[in-house]
Design a protein around this ligand. Structure first.
Ligand code: DC
Length: 235
């Protein structure tokens, strides 16, 4: 489909800096942000609230389909230019950021029924362009026709170190080796699942945030998007 403004897909593993980079790129361009991981986290939260085990395929799938069918999960812009996720009309953007729900989201997102239920929601949020979507499969599955695809990555050590610093700043007494194991575990699960695994799209620009500063990463992506936006506008 032809859009007048690009869809920008930013995929990559946990801890590569996707959220920060997505927000800064979108702010620089005046685009909307769609944090697709927040949708999987909201499904995990709904499971937690309903007492459903994240590994209970049948019940998790049924719950996700029911929530989407009654529009009880949604994503919208927030006042800071980011996005917020609603569950049953309540803003749960803060509540979904726990360690339990990080693992829970990783588990529920491996289920085909959950992925299928959330697919159209993500597409309708981005279809008209002028949007930056962050996730794992945006450039490969959700928007294989995205005009700009970025695979943002960083070494496991660097991602574990960042997560450790975040936890410490939040007053959590964490162990760096345990954090590293958790990062590896989540990587392994997200990359090896049979459906929509974390994988670089063949036409994605690879950006490594362990060797570039955030400013450099943002500048590189913004430059690329501006070039593509000019091409689109000229069509
Ligand atoms: O980006 P995040 O940490 O908030 O994502 C939470 C989990 O959701 C992550 O383990 C993988 C999954 N996810 C996914 O499978 N596909 C996406 N497009 C986004 C997130």
């Amino acid at each position: 489909m032809t859009r007048s403004r690009p869809v920008v897909a930013i995929d990559g593993p946990a801890g590569a800096g996707k959220s920060t980079v997505t927000l800064r790129v979108a702010t620089a361009l005046g685009y909307f942000v769609v944090d697709t991981g927040a949708l999987y986290r909201a499904i995990a939260l709904a499971c937690e609230l309903a007492g459903i085990d994240f590994d209970d395929f049948e019940r998790v799938g049924t719950l996700a389909e029911a929530l989407v069918a009654k529009q009880a999960v949604s994503i919208e812009g927030d006042a800071r230019g980011g996005s917020r996720v609603l569950l049953d009309g309540k803003d749960v953007s803060g509540a979904i950021r726990t360690q339990t729900l990080s693992q829970g989201a990783s588990k529920v997102s491996a289920q085909p029924r959950v992925r299928a239920a959330l697919l159209e929601l993500q597409r309708s949020a981005g279809r008209s362009g002028g949007v930056v979507l962050e996730g794992r499969d945006i450039g490969t599955v959700v928007f294989p026709d995205a005009e700009v695809k970025v695979f943002l990555t960083a070494s496991v050590e660097e991602r574990a170190r960042r997560r450790f610093e975040q936890l410490r700043a939040a007053g959590v007494d964490a162990d760096i080796e345990a954090v590293k194991r958790e990062v590896e575990e989540r990587d392994q699960r997200d990359s090896s699942r049979p459906i929509a695994p974390l994988r670089k799209a063949p036409d994605a620009l690879v950006v490594d945030s362990s060797v570039l500063s955030i400013d450099q990463v943002v500048a590189r992506i913004v430059t690329r998007v501006r070039e593509v936006a000019v091409e689109l506008a000229a069509q």
